[in-house]
Design a protein around this ligand. Structure first.
Ligand SMILES: Nc1ncnc2c1ncn2[C@@H]1O[C@H](COP(=O)(O)OP(=O)(O)OP(=O)(O)O)[C@@H](O)[C@H]1O
Length: 397
């Protein structure tokens, strides 16, 4: 792609997402130039979807991208949308700033049905909704400073004020020493920080994140998620993000929506959905995060207890976050004498312990009533099952 073509595309995109210069003078801004800014804690930012459906016309018949979506995103929350490729995530996200128009149903932002807004009001709405992208969408010919300044300049903010705010925004995202650098000389994480600063320039109440960390390595992903969390907490901005990685949801979101073929497969608090996934799509998305049986044990595991020779019983203890139950190693040791921890892991999600432990107990030991060990105040796990038996000692191999 030639650089002028790339620039034109980026400019087109920016104009689409933010405002266009002609509209800016005509539009009654939601908050006037004097009030926009990252220091202003967001007061609103609630989004409701009411029976939202979306069809795209196509030569092979209409594609039903969203079907009857109704849900609420509370103001000030972090809301994660996940699903397989083609599930409808982008389509749903883009209805919030009306880059996509629903075929039916309403999207309501802070009590206002945005389908009823005229052009000028739509411009004002988009100033209250920032957006960041997987590929950052920065203007390559402009410096970091100029990229962040642009939405403020377009909104008619006086020059001295632009300078003050861009300085503040770049400090907020940790790029105070990169003012005069062009995007090509930044790392992916730094580019996304510029994208975030630019998205926050007009003091939005909502930040839409379209696969914002998908192009980043794991360490940079962590730092960007941390920044988004800080922004959510410090500025009170509602963050709505789409991702295909459950680890991103686990890291940052309060609520998660699992989309499957345009429909709600699952919706709820992240710790609950992780602890007791109801839908096959959710279980499939969670599978890579779970501590399953390692291959070496899997190959040696038999379903029936061997009739002769020594063997070990392999138990799986699961934790779903309910009731504050955490793995208490002393109690586990008392309930299952001689137990050894083979494999597993526990995550804390929103203060709830989640995970699985794989344990080995000598084959000669008589197991207690495992169901009883999941009940009442003395419970050692939410669920316990014998996965099978491994001939001889596990550590003899
Ligand atoms: N402009 C369009 N015209 C026709 N079909 C479209 C258009 N945009 C999306 N679709 C179709 O709508 C469905 C949902 O697409 P969407 O991009 O919202 O899903 P997604 O979950 O974001 O996917 P991905 O993770 O691959 O980005 C898909 O079948 C897609 O092919």
């Amino acid at each position: 792609m030639s650089s002028s073509f790339a620039l034109r595309r980026s400019l087109d995109h920016l104009a689409e997402v933010f405002v266009d210069a002609d509209d800016a003078s005509a539009a009654p801004a939601a908050s006037g130039p004097g009030e926009v800014g990252p220091q202003a804690a967001a007061a609103g930012g609630a989004v409701s979807f009411r029976k939202v459906s979306k069809f795209y016309p196509s030569s092979g018949g209409a594609v039903h991208a969203l079907a009857d979506i109704s849900l609420e995103v509370p103001a000030g929350s972090i809301f994660g949308i996940i699903g397989r490729s083609g599930a409808g995530k982008s389509s749903l996200l883009r209805t919030i700033n009306r880059l996509e128009k629903p075929s039916s149903g309403q999207v309501i932002v802070d009590g206002v049905d945005i389908g009823t807004l005229g052009e000028a009001e739509l411009v004002a709405l988009r100033r209250r909704i920032g957006m960041i992208f997987q590929h950052f969408n920065l203007l390559s010919a402009k410096t970091v400073y100029e990229n962040v300044a642009l939405p403020l300049q377009v909104a008619g903010v006086p020059r001295a004020e632009v300078t003050r705010r861009v300085n503040e925004l770049l400090a907020l995202v940790g790029l105070q020493d990169k003012h005069h650098v062009r995007p090509a000389r930044l790392s992916g994480g730094q580019k996304q920080r510029v994208g975030i600063a630019r998205a926050l320039a007009t003091g939005p109440e909502i930040l839409l994140c379209d696969e914002a960390t998908s192009a980043l390595d794991p360490e940079t992903t962590q730092s960007i998620l941390q920044l988004l969390r800080d922004i959510n907490r410090r500025l009170g901005i509602t963050v709505i993000l789409i991702t295909h990685e459950m680890s991103v949801i686990r890291e940052i979101a309060d609520q998660v929506l699992v989309l499957e073929q345009g429909r709600i497969a699952e919706l709820g608090a992240v710790w609950k959905v992780f602890g007791a996934p109801q839908h096959e799509a959710t279980r499939a998305l969670l599978a890579p995060l779970q501590h399953g049986l390692p291959d070496d044990l899997q190959t040696r595991l038999v379903k029936e207890a061997p009739q002769a020779g020594r063997y070990e019983q392999i138990l799986q203890l699961s934790y779903s976050g309910e009731g504050g139950l955490e793995p208490d190693l002393v109690r586990i040791g008392q309930a299952l004498p001689g137990v050894r921890l083979l494999h597993g892991g526990v995550d804390r999600i929103q203060g709830h312990a989640h995970g699985r432990l794989l344990l080995a107990v000598d084959g000669a030991a008589v197991l207690p009533d495992l169901h009883a060990l999941t009940q009442g105040a003395g419970a050692i796990a939410h669920h316990i099952e014998v996965l099978g038996y491994v001939p001889e000692s596990v550590h003899s191999h």
